[in-house]
Write a protein that binds this ligand. Structure first.
Ligand code: TPP
Length: 280
C-alpha cells in the first residue's frame, strides 16, 4: 500500500533526526564514514520506521525480519537509528569507536543489540543475507531479509557469486538495496571499475530489479511493496542517492568518504540539515 502523506511526513522527521544524530555521533567518535552514512539514511529510516517486523525490546525475536548492512562502514549512521528505536541507550553513542565501547566503526552483532550480522569487510553481507533468507525457508518461517550494499562494494566478486546463488535458489524473501551514490573510496565508481548498466547486470543474474530515487520515501515504499509482491526471484532496488546527503559541504564530495568534524563543522552541518527539512 502506498505511504500516506502523514506517514511520509513522519519518516522525514525521523530522517532529519537520524542525519543530525549521525553528525553528532561523528563528532563524538572523532571521525567516520560521513558520506556513505548520510546517503543510506532514508533507506534505513523507511525500513525501520515503517516496514520491518522487529521488536527493539526483544532484539533476538526469532520471527523478526533481518537487516544486513553489508556496507558495514555505514555503522555510524545506523547505530543512531537503533538507539532512537530503543535497542540501547542513546548515551552509549558518546563513546562510539572509543576503546572499551561496544561500538567499533563497524557494528558487531555480538555487542550491539539489533545488529543481525557483523560486517565491514565489504563483499560479505550479501552472501550472509542469502544464507539467512534460505534459512527462513528451511525453517518454514515468514521473516524476510533486507540487505544494503554500497555501489563500490558491487566491485567485489563475492557479491555476484551471492547474486547468482540467490536467483538459483529462487530466494524471494530477500530484498537488496544498492546505495547508488556513485562514489567509492578511490573516486567515482565508473572511473574505478564500470558498474553500468547495473540494473541489466542484476536482471541477467535472474533478479527482479528496479531503479528509484533513494531519498524519496514514496519511491522507496513503492519499491519495497513491489519486492514484497515478487515471487520466485529476489529483488534488487538500485537507489540513486547522494553521498553526504543533507550536509551541503559534504554532498558529492569524495573527500567526505571519511572525515572528522570540529565544533564549527558540526554546527554548519546541523544548519544545512535543518535547512533541508525546512527547520531553519
Ligand atoms: C574487503 C574490503 N576492502 C576494503 C575496504 C575499505 N573500504 C571501506 S569503505 C570502502 C569504499 C566502499 O564504497 P561504497 O561501497 O560505494 O560505499 P559508500 O560510497 O556508500 O560509502 C572501502 C574500499 C573494506 N571495508 N573491505
Amino acid at each position: 500500500m502506498p505511504l500516506t502523506e502523514q506517514e511520509i511526513a513522519f519518516l522525514k522527521e525521523k530522517a532529519w533526526l537520524a542525519r543530525r544524530n549521525t553528525i553528532q555521533t561523528l563528532m563524538w567518535a572523532g571521525g567516520g564514514h560521513a558520506g556513505g552514512a548520510l546517503s543510506q539514511i532514508d533507506i534505513l529510516v523507511a525500513l525501520y520506521y515503517h516496514y520491518l517486523k522487529v521488536d527493539p525490546k526483544n532484539p533476538d525475536w526469532e520471527d523478526r525480519d533481518r537487516v544486513v548492512l553489508s556496507k558495514g562502514h555505514g555503522g555510524i549512521g545506523y547505530a543512531p537509528i537503533l538507539a532512537d528505536l530503543g535497542y540501547f541507550k542513546q548515551e552509549l553513542l558518546k563513546e562510539f569507536n572509543h576503546t572499551g565501547s561496544p561500538f567499533g566503526m563497524h557494528l558487531d552483532m555480538l555487542k550491539v543489540p539489533g545488529v543481525d550480522a557483523s560486517t565491514g569487510s565489504l563483499g560479505h553481507g550479501l552472501p550472509i543475507a542469502v544464507g539467512m533468507a534460505i534459512g527462513a525457508r528451511l525453517k518454514k518461517k515468514s521473516w524476510r531479509v533486507y540487505c544494503i550494499l554500497g555501489d563500490g562494494e558491487c566491485h567485489e566478486g563475492s557479491i555476484w557469486e551471492a547474486a547468482m546463488s540467490a536467483a538459483h535458489y529462487k530466494v524471494d524473501n530477500l530484498t537488496v538495496f544498492v546505495d547508488r551514490n556513485k562514489h567509492c573510496i578511490d573516486g567515482p565508481t565508473e572511473t574505478v571499475m564500470t558498474l553500468e548498466p547495473l540494473k541489466d547486470k542484476w536482471l541477467s543474474f535472474g533478479w527482479h530489479a528496479l531503479i528509484i530515487d533513494g531519498h524519496d520515501f514514496a519511491q522507496i515504499g513503492g519499491a519495497i511493496d513491489e519486492a514484497l509482491q515478487t515471487t520466485g526471484r529476489p529483488t534488487v532496488i538500485i537507489a540513486n542517492t547522494i553521498k553526504g546527503k543533507g550536509v551541503d559541504y559534504m554532498e558529492d564530495d569524495p573527500a567526505w568518504h571519511y572525515g572528522g568534524l570540529d565544533s564549527d563543522g558540526m554546527e554548519k552541518a546541523f544548519q544545512s540539515i535543518d535547512r533541508m527539512y525546512g527547520k531553519a
